[in-house]
Design a protein around this ligand. Structure first.
Ligand code: SAH
Ligand code: DHB
Ligand code: MG
Length: 244
């Protein structure tokens, strides 16, 4: 076998479900020309982010970790004309490439790339007191994930979605002996959600172009419903009614 079957399956999905897109292709070419690392979400993952944003009618999106703006374009394209996306990026060079890519995508009026350590940009966002976010995509330095997630919860409306990339790390997530700071960061992050009534969360493993990894999806709960995890069949009012 020349390539793992999951790469061929990703290519098959893309050939039927993700039509060729000159803007996204130019974004990847420009990122490569500028020697940015090729670690952006895959086309199918980008489209998943886009679909999640559309599914909840997101009007305000926050991204932590812009790189060349590939995931940013997928997300921003889900916004209505008056929607807004703020993307936080540490590296000014990455931000520059991303801004050019977003301009080419015709998204500059809807997207703002803020340069600096996200851990400093996030409290500033809170101080500004803008409208809460409907969706947050966390995809930056992995050891800081837990801190970013806490800010994401704080900056989001009830019902908002938080997506966290690269949680599984080739399965190392389940290796309690790992000394990799990225793995330690993700383990501490997942552990921090144990019995957290503020969010309802799940972890999904993925294979594909980017190998074996996975993401975590969380819904921010309203104060008053916090702690309401799905009940077993038969015990929830909805199920009881249907069973009769
Ligand atoms: N979301 C992008 C990929 C992001 S890669 C996509 O899928 O297209 C991770 C990015 O996070 C890199 O550009 C890196 O420079 C940035 N980053 C790393 N540490 C950061 C920090 N402390 N604050 C903000 N961004 C950071
Ligand atoms: C890495 C970072 C990412 O955001 C990703 O999706 C894949 C790999 C990394 O730092 O290696
Ligand atoms: Mg990632």
């Amino acid at each position: 076998m020349t390539e793992p079957s999951w790469e061929r399956v990703d290519a098959f999905f893309e050939s039927h479900l993700v039509p060729p897109d000159p803007v996204l292709e130019a974004c990847l070419r420009a990122s490569e020309a500028a020697r940015l690392p090729s670690i952006q979400v895959s086309p199918s993952q980008g489209k998943l982010l886009h679909l999640l944003a559309r599914a909840i009618g997101a009007r305000r999106i926050l991204e932590v970790g812009t790189l060349g703006g590939y995931s940013t374009i997928w997300l921003a394209r889900a916004l209505p004309e008056d929607g807004h996306l703020i993307s936080l990026e540490l590296d000014p060079r990455h931000a520059e490439v991303a801004r050019a890519n977003l301009r080419r995508a015709g998204l500059e009026s809807r997207v703002e790339v803020r340069v600096g350590p996200a851990i400093e940009s996030l409290p500033k966002l809170a101080e500004e007191g803008g409208a809460p976010f409907d969706l947050v995509f966390i995809d930056a330095d992995k050891p800081s994930t837990r801190a970013y997630f806490e800010w994401a919860e704080r900056l989001s409306r009830p019902g908002a979605l938080i997506v966290v990339d690269n949680v599984v790390r080739r399965g190392e997530l389940a290796n309690a002996a790992s000394a990799d700071p990225n793995v330690l960061g993700m383990r501490a992050f997942v552990e921090s959600l144990t019995n957290d009534p503020a969010v309802t969360a799940t972890g999904i493993q993925t294979v594909g172009r980017k190998g074996y990894d996975g993401f975590l999806l969380a819904r921010v709960e309203a104060e008053r419903t916090r702690g309401r995890e799905p009940r077993s069949a038969g015990s929830s009012p909805g199920n009881r009614r249907r069973a009769r």
